[in-house]
Design a protein around this ligand. Structure first.
Ligand code: G4P
Length: 523
């Protein structure tokens, strides 16, 4: 029983550069899962650029994404869990962490724009974890790049071998459809948001193909396919599962075109829950005992309900409501009376969940990102390292009477993973590092609303914060003496060098050969 339950689960995230079509694709997948009946029902959780000045608006928009953080549905014999990721790049850290909880990923690329910054960064995270990826080239109903060029670009920019499993026939106004290489049938394009187009079984070498798309296009398709077969070797599922090969599909999410091919192939080839490495040992999903880890904590936007939701990925066994579980970091047993699972627009209390599932646990500050729950075993799942932040500010207390509240607020927000905290060892000042400007606004707003504490930001020009270590103690000491104004500690007490320019960092690396400068916190 447990084996079947785990085998049929597909837990994944859709990632994309903003505007590539992630929301549209998610919506169409939900349509196939019967979770929604009409297109247009899913709101984008994208933070509109116009709203960036007003955090309240952002929060309202994010409210939508809280309930839709995980979307589950059954499709044929499969149980699909889609983990949503924030659309705005200032919340990229959230996305990185979500990627620790998925077993595979679908990357959406805009066919006209190709690989964009955010896609590149997210792919790096996938590569660090050998996450299997499928690429969906979207917006084929628009004029875009030549598909052969695009395949080359994907390989070069994303550093992964690709293998097209569908192939477009023209594009833009002339877009006729896609030939499904995997199933060997033709799908003719009809622009429509609601209707799922009929597929036509054709032998591409027969005159049938000419009847459907005309001789010139039929000849071109045959030539393209021949070229593809020559250039790309046959699809090898194991290479895909190892994260070395990305199958590519073409379509138009807005028109619900090419999406079903993607989904049908996805459920077949994508991995069921995979083994998860912990520091102590590797945990297999089929193990009978429950284990899980918290990968995301979401604040409740309703001020009357202060509690947060901790999102826990079940790594092995079966989670049961009200059963006693060990919160490993705190060394205490906890029971959860109202764990939730998530449907497209609502969440419901559940009695059990299996490896691969995501459960929401109401949280009042007991969880930190990365916390492990087990049936008693002491295990620590390896999370994702923190990356060196890109923006820095000093955080100062703006209300001397509420110093304690401020400290507590900062601590808890850091536990949630909103940003990173460093303490300058020279002047004792607290530095907050983020990946985007928005997070400073989020922190200030939440400190005030949730902890009744006011903070003030002071500018700090830094290029990078890097973790340093060395086996050469005298050299490390010499470095610390020379750079005493630029040394900080992270929350785990590790040494961090605050480089104020690329040049300074480069000089430090040249002058201190035995010091290792790390740009992620795990080394
Ligand atoms: P995102 O979540 O990745 O940010 O992308 P989203 O799905 O919101 O799509 C971004 C824009 O691209 C939307 O237009 C959407 O309608 C459009 N789009 C998505 N898929 C396709 C496609 O296959 N073909 C074409 N032509 N357009 C597509 P928008 O104007 O920003 O929003 P809206 O007013 O349409 O909602």
């Amino acid at each position: 029983m447990s084996h079947i339950e785990i085998e049929r689960r597909r837990t994944f995230a859709i990632i994309a550069h903003p505007d590539a079509g992630k929301t549209s694709l998610t919506e169409k997948l939900l349509l196939f899962g019967g979770q929604i009946q009409v297109a247009g029902a899913v709101k984008s959780n994208k933070i509109r650029k116009t709203a960036t000045s007003d955090w309240m608006d952002i929060e309202k928009q994010r409210g939508i994404s809280v309930t839709t953080s995980v979307m589950e549905f059954d499709y044929h014999d499969y149980k699909i869990n889609i983990l949503d990721t924030p659309g705005h790049q200032d919340f990229a850290e959230d996305t990185y962490r979500t990627l620790t909880a998925v077993d595979s990923v679908i990357i959406v690329v805009d066919g006209a724009k190709g690989v964009e910054t955010q896609t590149r960064k997210l792919m790096e995270v996938c590569r660090m974890r050998n996450t299997p990826v499928i690429i969906f080239v979207n917006k084929m109903d628009r004029e875009g790049k030549d598909p052969f060029d695009l395949l080359d670009e994907l390989e070069e920019e994303l550093h992964i071998a690709v293998r097209p499993l569908s192939w477009p026939i023209e594009q833009g106004m002339r877009f006729k459809g896609v030939y499904n290489i995997y199933e060997q049938n033709l799908n003719l394009f009809q622009p429509s948001k609601q209707v799922v187009t009929e597929k036509v079984e054709v032998d591409i070498h027969s005159g049938q193909l000419d009847t459907h798309i005309g001789k010139p296009l039929a000849d071109k398709l045959r030539a393209d396919l021949e070229l593809l077969e020559g250039v790309y070797s046959a699809f090898d599922r194991q290479n895909y599962l190892d994260g070395k090969l990305a199958p590519v599909f073409f379509g138009s999410a807005l028109n619900n075109f090419g999406v079903q091919e993607l989904l049908d192939c996805f459920v077949e080839i994508a991995p069921s829950p995979r083994a998860v490495p912990a520091i102590e040992r590797t945990v297999n999903p089929e193990e009978p005992k429950f284990t899980g880890f918290v990968f995301k904590i979401t604040a409740n936007i309703d001020p009357n309900h202060r509690s947060c939701i901790a999102f826990c990925k079940v790594c092995s066994g079966k989670f049961v409501r009200n059963a006693p579980y060990l919160h490993v970091r705190q060394g205490r047993t906890m029971r959860f009376s109202s764990p939730t699972q998530f449907m497209a627009q609502r969440k419901t209390t559940i009695d059990e969940a299996w490896a691969g599932d995501i459960i929401g646990l109401p949280d009042n500050g007991t969880f930190k990102i990365g916390d492990t729950l087990t049936e008693g075993e002491v295990l620590h799942f390896r999370g994702l390292p923190s990356f060196s932040p890109e923006m820095f500010k000093y955080i100062e207390n703006a209300d001397p009477m509420r110093q304690k509240q401020l400290s507590k607020g900062i601590d808890q927000l850091m536990d949630e993973g909103v940003a990173q905290l460093f303490v300058n060892q020279f002047n004792g000042r607290k530095i907050i590092g983020t990946v985007g400007q928005l997070q400073f606004e989020v922190i200030q707003y939440r400190l005030l609303n949730e902890y009744n504490a006011s903070c003030r930001w002071e500018p700090l020009h830094l290029y990078k914060a890097c973790w340093i270590e060395s086996d050469d103690a005298p050299e490390l000491d010499a470095f610390k003496k020379r750079k005493f104004q630029y040394l900080a500690k992270d929350r785990d007490g590790r040494d961090v060098f605050l480089a104020d320019s690329a040049y300074v960092l480069q000089m430090a690396q040249t002058d201190f050969k035995h010091i290792r400068f790390h740009f992620t916190s795990e080394y």
